[in-house]
Design a protein around this ligand. Structure first.
Ligand SMILES: NC(=O)c1ccc[n+]([C@@H]2O[C@H](COP(=O)([O-])OP(=O)(O)OC[C@H]3O[C@@H](n4cnc5c(N)ncnc54)[C@H](OP(=O)(O)O)[C@@H]3O)[C@@H](O)[C@H]2O)c1
Length: 242
């Protein structure tokens, strides 16, 4: 039986690349999506065409506790097992003081903090049995106080703290690490001008934006790094140094 991994928010962008990288290493993939059903199905079809029954898609709005539990059940129904979880799905938008509501709090906390914690809890027994691992995707801006993003940053800081706390609590059976991306892709539905891009690139010591593959390579590294737990791996071209 192939090892099975759930990647949240895997229909597009960074999550999709992480899913493809694990698929190429022989894993079976549960592709979680919320609204991007078509992209998720195209990716699953691509994988199943190469290897029979290697991928399924599973829908859930991660703001909703019942849907998180349903996603865990659907994941386990794939092969009756789970070996790894990547908490990648994320809502990202500014919430300047004076301008946010409880809905914004729930939405930014849901995908970035609540769902990762409840998924880790749902899978802890199975992951323990299979000596599995968890990778949480955080953000280097946690330490940079990105202006007007206090709720998003609080959620990602919480996810960083959960990574360390659960690495200790779930050891020695389950390894829990995080990847903190720097500037990888423009936010969804945003197009930076050339001038904005150049300013950003000039703030990165390696003088380029990252790629989806830079993050996926780090995920594969962590999957194989059997003496590493509780670590936050910055994949940011050195931006966190500046
Ligand atoms: N892009 C960057 O440069 C960058 C920088 C720092 C950190 N990161 C982190 O890296 C990870 C991937 O980044 P990305 O830019 O590829 O992410 P993204 O495109 O902004 O979001 C990934 C997916 O999250 C899903 N999602 C959002 N809200 C959801 C909800 N309430 N329930 C379920 N799914 C939800 C969406 O799925 P559907 O499309 O199916 O709705 C979306 O496709 C994220 O955790 C992000 O915070 C990225």
């Amino acid at each position: 039986m192939s090892k099975t991994i759930l990647i949240t928010g895997a229909a597009k962008r960074i999550g999709r690349e992480i899913a493809l990288s694990f698929f190429n290493k022989g894993w079976d993939i549960v592709i979680h999506y919320n609204s991007s059903k078509n992209d998720a199905q195209v990716l699953a079809d691509e994988m199943n065409a190469q290897r029979d029954d290697s991928a399924i898609i599973a829908q859930a709005n991660l703001d909703n506790a019942d849907e998180i539990i349903k996603l865990a059940d659907q994941t386990l129904s794939k092969n009756n097992r789970i070996d790894a979880l990547v908490n990648n799905a994320s809502t990202f938008y500014p919430t300047p003081i004076g301008d946010f509501s409880e809905d914004d709090w729930n939405s930014l906390m849901g995908s970035n903090l609540k769902a990762p914690l409840f998924l880790m809890q749902s899978f802890s027994k199975e992951l323990k049995k299979n000596k599995g691992f968890i990778i949480n995707i955080t953000d280097i801006n946690v330490d940079k106080a990105l202006i007007n993003h206090s709720i998003y940053l609080a959620a990602k800081s919480g996810l960083q703290t959960l990574t360390q706390a659960l690495a200790k609590e779930l050891a020695p059976d389950i390894r829990v690490n995080a990847i903190a991306p720097g500037v990888i892709l423009e936010p969804p539905n945003t197009e930076w001008t050339t001038e904005q891009k150049n300013t950003i690139i000039n703030s990165v010591p390696l003088r380029r934006m990252g790629t989806e593959k830079d993050i996926a390579d780090a995920a594969i590294f962590l999957s194989e790094a059997e003496y590493v737990t509780g670590q936050i791996l910055n994949i940011d071209g050195g931006k966190s140094l500046s």
